[in-house]
Design a protein around this ligand. Structure first.
Ligand code: HEM
Length: 467
């Protein structure tokens, strides 16, 4: 007989509210991991009227993620919260609708587009180098997180709209300021057991509403100018020069894609592409600051691949940055920025001996598995070598990729994975070719903060120019 929700163990709660009082939202992923130690890899968590099944078992997680969109969907509350703010895109679409969204998003993010768009990424990388180089010249401490957010917002906006944003040099990037307010609120609402905001708007709700209106206005302006550009230059239809143009062409070709969907996917790409990559890079730099020996190895690789250049100018050579990619992968094992995935079954489903009833809430915490000795040996250690095939042969490091899903898995895995890895390799190779990094903020003061993405609390570093 499969194990039912009722039979699952879980933290003891109070009448009516369950365990709501125990939840510390910015630390939710750590709480879920430590409860997994106590109650197993599948357990229950009752938060007022919400009954959640928490899953950290990698086999169960893989089986669920691979059965989308036919047997499982993202948690319906996520769609409700996102639709409410006007985001109807690939992230919250379901079923046949999702398939149409995903087709057009894949097209806009494929390697061909990435290659076409490379000169713009390199120009943004040069601005990041200049900013860090100036900081070194003036002997200033550097807030790399803020710079990285500006880097990814510039890259994502130029990919999405073909618009050269340049928040790296001009303070006060409008899009980024709005997104900063939108992200944490969406996370808070998805996790709120009762939707208070529908009955009463607090000051923060109003700031959030305003950010949503403003960002929608901006995106609408981009759509109008994108349509005009396509009308003025019909040749662009064959080779759209950015994600917006790809979407507009697809919307003309696919009846099911509306203007509303174009806007939803632009917002989705802006939201999904910015914080995730910036915070992963911020974690990588934090970890590197603790490991000078890994910085040296990165520098050696950068010297070989970049030659005399300060950053990677030739797109095709990015595949040679093998150790740099391993650093990015290892960073995402220890510090995955999206460790929580919310899904629900579309029918009663038995998975690996558990019965999940139609519509029940499944909250997957994905880091737990990648920190277990049975999946990765010495899991607490930052060892990029474990991602390099030749090294694995020489020194077995216990390596089970099933237990590693920082980009999700199955048909809905992250379509921005290649772009994210490219950005990470570019920034890390540029950084290590030119500078060494030292943490100024005491290590123990840097905390993990969960606000939709799991980011480090603010920290400062000192960059030193390499001879
Ligand atoms: C380090 C950077 C990134 C990480 C760790 C990350 C992680 C994830 C994860 C965990 C998911 C959910 C997958 C699932 O449900 O199986 C996801 C979905 C998604 N990501 Fe990323 N992501 C990153 C960067 C990006 C970038 C750069 C873009 C686009 C420019 C992007 C666009 C998306 C989209 C559109 C989805 C929804 C896919 C769907 O539902 O079909 N992501 N990402």
């Amino acid at each position: 007989m499969p194990i039912t929700f009722k039979q699952l163990k879980g933290p003891k709660g109070l009448p009516v509210i369950g365990s709501i009082h125990k939840i510390d939202l910015p630390n939710l992923h750590n709480q879920l991991e430590s409860w997994s130690e106590e109650y197993g890899k599948v357990y229950k968590l009752i938060l007022g009227p919400s009954k959640l099944t928490v899953i950290t078992d990698p086999e169960v997680i893989q089986l669920i993620l691979r059965e989308r969109p036919d047997k499982f969907r993202r948690m319906s509350k996520m769609d409700e919260v996102m639709t409410e703010v006007g985001v109807n895109g690939v992230f919250n679409a379901e079923g046949e609708d999702w398939k149409a969204h995903r087709r057009i998003v894949n097209k806009g993010l494929d390697v061909k587009h990435q290659q076409q768009f490379y000169p713009e990424v390199v120009a943004t990388l040069e601005r990041l180098f200049n900013k860090w180089n100036n900081a070194v010249g003036q002997n200033q401490e550097v807030d790399v997180q803020q710079d990285l957010l500006r880097f990814t917002v510039d890259v994502t906006t130029s990919l999405a709209f073909g618009y050269k944003m340049n928040t790296l040099e001009e303070e006060g990037g409008v899009i980024q300021e709005h997104l900063e307010k939108i992200f944490p609120m969406i996370f808070k609402r998805i996790n709120a057991p009762i939707p208070f905001w529908r009955y009463y708007r607090t000051k923060t709700d109003k700031v959030f509403d305003n950010a949503v209106v403003e960002i929608n206005k901006l995106v609408d302006e981009f759509i109008v100018s994108g349509k005009k550009k396509l009308a003025d230059n019909p040749k662009l239809r064959e080779q759209p020069s950015n994600f917006l143009e790809s979407l507009l062409v697809a919307a003309e070709e696919e009846e099911s894609i509306t203007d509303e969907d174009v806007r939803g996917n632009l917002l989705t790409i802006l939201m999904a592409g910015e914080d995730t990559t910036a915070h992963t890079l911020a974690w990588a730099i934090y970890l590197l600051a603790e490991h000078p020996e890994i910085q040296t190895k990165l520098c050696e690789e950068a010297n070989t691949v970049l030659g005399d250049d300060k950053w990677l100018k030739d797109y095709s050579s990015n595949t040679l940055l093998v150790y740099t990619e391993a650093v990015a992968l290892e960073t995402m094992r220890l510090k995955p920025v999206a460790p929580l995935l919310f899904n629900e079954p579309l029918e009663d489903m038995e998975v690996n001996g558990y019965l999940f009833k139609k519509g029940c809430k499944l909250l997957m915490e994905t880091r737990y598995a990648s920190m277990q000795e049975e999946n990765f040996s010495n899991p607490e250690q930052f060892r990029p070598e474990r991602w390099i095939k030749q090294e694995q042969g020489k020194c077995p490091m216990g390596h089970d990729t099933k237990a590693y899903v920082p980009f999700g898995a199955g048909p809905r895995f992250c379509p921005g994975k290649n772009l994210a890895l490219l950005e990470m390799k570019l920034v890390l190779s540029m950084l290590m070719k030119n500078f060494s990094v030292e943490l100024i903020t005491p290590k123990e003061e840097v905390k993990e903060i969960m606000a939709f993405t799991m980011m480090p609390s603010s920290y400062q570093v000192k960059l030193t120019k390499r001879k």
